[in-house]
Write a protein that binds this ligand. Structure first.
Ligand code: ISJ
Length: 410
């Protein structure tokens, strides 16, 4: 890598809505990302690749080194974050071919909204380029042609096999998933998805990453971990009930199977962050996180970070038993054997700041789009008491956030 200086120019921008801004970015199609937190107080748009770091394995250390090397080439303070993710497992998913296993971007243009302020960071761009990068673009809604289940029978069978394995004490919990395929008449466009996503209020992040003609999108309620000024926050989200069930909140808070699934996640997360933190704060019993279609059991966890940084902590946490299982290794082996590789589904995605703070989410309620086709992912925790048909129904509801994002009426 060249040792030349990197020039970053920053400008405060006038207030603008993220979807309106994204509508101006068509010139960067194929090399854009979008990230918005749950309460919409912070969002991030990346356009173009000043630098892209792709590794063929999950390697937080290499990502950290590469970012430090880039940061060392910039004079003065700036706010350019590294944005991207680490694929779920060690293998490679064909569906995600083209993305790195560790995939991180330093964009040409970063638009960061936080503390009620909009900040543009331009990397190695001339004044002329800075003044003329945006062009109005109109995105059409996708006209959906077909919706099909790719692996319903296989999923039911996998749940049966998992229950049998747990009856034989091979593990306590495993999270299994399945896929739906959506075909539209026209191209599925990032700008339209963002515009539509921001129209319906959902208590979730909105994450989108383009790579050439592929696009990965997640509308996840689940934070993996955030580190900011020595404060670490994470959460356990596991245990689900459809909102269509009468008294769902009350029933969920008293449901033995869901409480068991949830407690496994809480225990595993607290053990995984122990070596990095002090001052752990954790409520004794879970509360409820409400999304548009379901309730989840929810335990917020906070601590002071003493060792490591956003990358080492997220690496220690991933996959929590909310997405993998418990014990972690046995569950991972089972998933690999029956499902294969997950790509970015359920994977850690997020940003790293120049101070090595940052936030990663768990990329569930997600899909991989290519042209006019989308493959949607949904999974659920399986324990000894699981009934395959009930788990199938749970995954059916978990497809809804992506179906809604695609404009499919429910
Ligand atoms: C695996 C998914 O969701 C996870 C599994 C949950 C469960 O089993 O209750 C709940 C929330 C998520 O942690 C998914 O949405 O694909």
């Amino acid at each position: 890598m060249s040792k030349e200086k990197i020039q970053v120019i920053e400008r405060i921008g006038a207030a603008a809505s993220p979807d309106q801004l994204f509508n101006m970015t068509a010139d960067f199609k194929g090399a854009r990302y979008f990230y918005m937190n749950k309460d919409r107080s912070e969002w991030l748009i990346g356009l173009g690749h000043a630098y892209i770091i792709k590794e063929e394995s999950r390697s937080p250390e290499k990502i950290s080194e590469a970012y430090q090397a880039l940061l060392a080439r910039v004079d003065g303070d700036h706010h350019v974050r590294l944005f991207g993710g680490f694929q779920f497992d060690d293998g490679t998913s064909e569906l995600f071919e083209g993305f790195g296993h560790s995939h991180f971007i330093w964009p040409k243009i970063q638009i960061l909204y936080r503390n009620n302020e909009l900040l543009f960071s331009y990397t190695d761009m001339t004044e002329e380029e800075i003044d003329g990068w945006y062009h109005e673009h109109h995105a059409d809604r996708p006209v959906i042609q077909t919706i099909s289940n790719l692996d319903e029978e296989k999923f039911l069978n996998n749940v049966r096999m998992a229950v049998e394995a747990m009856d034989n004490q091979l593990f306590d919990k495993v999270v299994l998933s399945r896929q739906k395929k959506i075909v539209a008449e026209n191209q599925i466009d990032s700008s339209w998805l963002i515009e539509n996503g921001l129209k319906n209020l959902e208590n979730s992040y909105l994450v989108l990453l383009e790579e050439g003609n592929k696009l990965f999108v997640s509308r996840t309620p689940e934070q993996l971990v955030k580190v900011e000024n020595n404060q670490l926050s994470t959460n356990a989200i596991a245990g689900t009930m459809s909102r269509s069930i009468a008294d769902a909140e009350k029933k969920l808070l008293a449901d033995g199977k869901n409480l068991f699934e949830h407690q496994i996640v809480v225990n595993s997360i607290t053990a995984d962050i122990q070596d990095f933190t002090t001052g752990l704060k954790i409520p004794e019993t879970p509360g409820i996180l409400a999304n548009n279609f379901f309730y989840h059991l929810y335990t917020p966890i906070e601590a002071i970070i003493e060792e490591g940084d956003i990358l080492s902590v997220s690496d220690a946490l991933h996959p929590t038993p909310a997405l993998g299982g418990y014990p972690k290794e046995e569950a991972a082996r089972f998933i690999e054997r029956v499902e294969g590789d997950r790509g970015f589904y359920g994977a850690p995605m997020g940003y790293i700041t120049p101070d090595m703070d940052g936030e990663f989410v768990v990329a569930i309620r997600s899909m991989l789009v290519e042209g006019n086709t989308a493959v949607l992912f949904a999974g659920c925790g399986v324990v000894k008491d699981s009934i395959p048909e009930s788990e199938l129904y749970e995954t059916e509801i978990k497809f809804k956030p992506m179906l809604q994002l695609l404009g499919v009426s429910q």
